[in-house]
Design a protein around this ligand. Sequence first.
Ligand code: ADP
Ligand code: MG
Length: 217
Amino acid sequence: MSTITIALSKGRIFDETLPLLEAAGIVPAENPETSRKLIIGTNRDDVRLIIVRATDVPTYVEHGAADLGVAGKDVLLEHGGNNLYQPLDLEIAQCRLMVATRAGFDYTSAVARGARLRVATKYVDSARKHFAAKGVHIDLIKLYGSMELAPLVGLSDVIVDLVSTGGTLKANNLVAVEHILDVSSRLVVNQAAYKLKRGKLAPIFDAFKHAMHHHDH
Ligand code: ADP
Ligand code: MG
């Protein structure tokens, strides 16, 4: 019996994937938020979940350590998801990749006069492409979290970060000044598994698809 391994990250992506899994008849045996287990069984003998960092999901799937995963477009762009099938935009964990600054910083003037900008972000590839396309020269400062802090303590002029409600920006006296791209989470599939485990995977994809459309219409 071939086993299906699904890579998920804790938090938003796990929570929003749960109803889709349920629609496919897959119910986790434990809650990863409270369990310390990294491999979680399900009601199905042939399906298990692995809990990994959001940025590591494409790596596990690409190498075949997981057959499927759910990853944000932000993560996939930075990873370079070339070796992964991406059959479905699940339309979950929706947010926007944006440029943000301190409330007092005149971004438009800085760009207009050709100022060199210090950009703090975990999304170095997406940021580099965005500013190159605008012809803005930047110094990139790679961070791994809490980007909002950087402009407040003078580490950077701007940040490139994900925004959904804008609550975190507002709480830190920052404003979004430019939209880079819309982000949602996608299903990613290992290429070999896509072919070899098709019989088991196709019904899961179909259930996900139907559960999504059920939401919309
Ligand atoms: P980590 O804390 O490990 O960096 P997060 O749990 O913050 O990861 O984010 C995981 C994924 O969820 C991101 O890659 C992104 O696609 C999505 N995401 C992050 N922040 C938001 C947000 N504010 N609203 C909706 N989706 C988000
Ligand atoms: Mg986070």
